[in-house]
Design a protein around this ligand. Sequence first.
Ligand code: HEM
Length: 416
Amino acid sequence: EKKLLPKEEGLDHSLSVLREGYLYITNRTIGFQSDIFETRLLGERAICMRGEEAAKLFYDNDKFERIGAAPKRVINTLFGEGGVQSLDGEEHHHRKNMFMSVMSTEALAQMRTITRKHWALAAQRWETMPKVQLYEEAQGLLCRAACEWAGVPLREGEAQEKAAWFGAMIEATAAIGIKHMKGKNARSKTEKWISDLVEQVRTGEIEAPEQSTLHTFAMHRDLKGELLDSQTVAVEIINILRPIVAIAIYICFTALAVIQQPEERKKLATAEEDYLQNFVQEVRRFYPFFPFLPARPIKDFTWQGYGFEKGVLTLLDLYGTNHHPDLWDNPEKFRPDRFRNWNGSPFNFIPQGGGDHYTGHRCAGEWITIEIMKESLDYLANKMEYDIPQQDLSFSFHEMPSLPHSRIVMINVKAV
Ligand code: HEM
């Protein structure tokens, strides 16, 4: 029997999305008492949903595709043209394997070591500074680590400038006006920088380590056995570097949790891997980062009695799923220990997407994010002393991406 979707009336609710941000879908699922509803966004009909069952549906490759799902403004700034995010089927699977091939256990361990080195250097630098703004400093630190790991040459004098380019792309996601233009501009400069490097690797002018991202992507062959054009390779290498720099956002939220949860911080004193892991998982569950994801049905089908029509914009609520009261006990409490008994489902904890990393669109960088965050947490909780002066540590649910407003200011930093 076909059911009618609960429906938000009105011509368009894009402004409500901007106003309510991460909570837009959650707010309505509470009102409708339904994890799925219909509305209108960006001038078209849209279905919004949250929860584990909704995530299972969303990641069913026989039912949904990504092509034409992401808004143009997101492609122009955040993603780039022709990247893995908007591919489907065989082409996606083949390209995704290229990404996953640089995420071996050894490569992850290597990133952890590189991250540790750059934290140690940063902590020394910060000792001499009267005041440190963690967000900007973490972007610089991560930019250095990302380039080193990916085999991208970066002179010390360039790090902060390049970090700012990545930062502009990240902050342009939901922005309009100047911020959006800055993001577009940063993207074109970065694509030029990286595509030149790709050409140089191909002609042998510069050498990149065999297993590195720069080398692997520059030499990758598509399904027809051909090299990708250097522009597309640049887009994909930026799809590695940019989100590593974006981990600066998670580092700020990690610092916030360390500051606000002294009891939890104590448990980290032995730097035991399980405790670091659970704390980092809870940071990824608790704080807002990626709000929701778009896709479109490939065909008409019925799910739980509701009709989905081919092509209709469908949004999966990531934030709302990570805070769903049926899935998480006291979801609005920060409790790393909840991850001791987490069932490991690929569909209930989805800060970086759900489903399978290889066959679906789930974040290629999820494991490396966790490694970088664990190392950063060890520094923030155990390997540095610092004071947190009075500042505005609040963050907002309608700024995307969200970030503590003060961007975390630290004084009297001392490496220990
Ligand atoms: C995709 C979140 C870090 C590389 C995604 C998606 C989300 C996400 C939500 C979309 C999943 C989907 O479409 O189903 C995040 C967050 C990060 C992060 C919150 C924290 C900073 C990273 C890192 C890398 C990375 C560090 C690379 C080293 C990618 C790539 C995709 C992706 C390549 C596209 C995958 C595909 O379409 O198949 N990420 N990510 N991300 N992420 Fe991340």
